[in-house]
Design a protein around this ligand. Structure first.
Ligand code: NAD
Length: 264
């Protein structure tokens, strides 16, 4: 049990990558808070995890949290601290994708994208750092970046800008957090088959005028070393490694898990 009794708040954990990280962390002994937009979906995930642990520990809880809403973020972090006694790990993972050529990109979509990825990362980081500093036990903050934290792709101006921005935020948190033993790192996955990507395949096919199979082969997996998708388990293993890492030696970094699409 690498995370025994550690408390982790995971945003966007009712689906995809965040959900798998919650499952993995709970299996490793952590108490996990599933923070997502809809309380129903977050509760369903928490119930699923508690049932699968089968030990009556109730190590998963749910909160409704729109990460762009300051009051909801503060309330969700406070509820977690009240129920589990503190917070040791933040996984800032909630995210969306909106694709469009830049010249057609709606300003409201640009602002929504930056709000979820960057305002959300800032608000959750601030609330969790305050709780971590108060408790004096250090902590780990992980941002869900992307290969798009390092590379660019057409149609993804706001997403690429936001994901690059997370690297800068993590570096500042690493510097400011060091004295309180708070580490910050970024995980940069390649394409993972989650609802976020499944929605994008037909959209890209339409915009680029190619088939869905061509989007997968020639757009999404073209630059990988083996033509394979990264999996939610691959990302959860990386998150576990970073969350369980014992010292400040590993901070301010980004780790890419992408079948070699991006090599640093
Ligand atoms: P997903 O759509 O399966 O899950 C995203 C979750 O975030 C959903 O449960 C959704 O309800 C939640 N969410 C959206 N807006 C929110 C908000 N304002 N507040 C709180 N929760 C919100 O997507 P996923 O693929 O698991 O993506 C998770 C993260 O991983 C995102 O940051 C995404 O950019 C990143 N990522 C995904 C891939 C991929 O290929 N799937 C690759 C690299 C990075």
């Amino acid at each position: 049990m690498q995370l025994k009794d550690k408390v982790a708040i995971i945003t966007g954990a009712a689906s995809g990558i965040g959900k798998e990280i919650a499952i993995e962390f709970a299996r490793e002994g952590a108490k996990v808070c599933i923070a997502d937009l809809a309380l129903d979906a977050a509760t369903a995930t928490a119930n699923e995890i508690n049932a699968s642990l089968g030990d009556g520990s109730g190590r998963a809880m749910a909160v409704a949290m729109n990460v762009t809403d300051e009051a909801q973020v503060e309330a969700g972090v406070a509820a977690t601290v009240a129920q589990f006694g503190g917070v040791d790990i933040l996984i800032s993972n909630a995210g969306i994708q909106i694709i469009s050529p830049l010249v057609d990109y709606k300003f409201e979509d640009w602002k929504r994208m930056l709000a979820i990825h960057l305002d959300g990362a800032f608000l959750t980081t601030r609330a969790c750092m305050r709780a971590m500093i108060k408790a004096g036990n250090g902590g780990t903050i992980l941002y869900m970046g992307s290969v798009h934290s390092h590379e660019a792709s057409p149609l993804k101006s706001a997403y690429v800008a936001a994901k690059h921005g997370l690297i800068g935020l993590a570096k500042v948190v690493a510097k400011e957090g060091a004295k309180d033993k708070i580490r910050a790192n970024v995980i940069c996955p390649g394409f993972v088959r989650t609802p976020l990507v499944d929605k994008q395949i037909p959209e890209q096919a339409k915009t680029l005028g190619i088939t869905e199979a061509e989007v997968i082969k020639n757009v999404m997996l073209k630059e990988t070393v083996d033509g394979e998708f990264t999996t939610v388990q691959d990302v959860a293993e990386t998150a576990l490694f970073l969350a369980a890492f014992p010292s400040n030696a590993l901070t301010g970094q980004s780790i890419t898990v992408s079948h070699g699409w991006h090599m640093q």
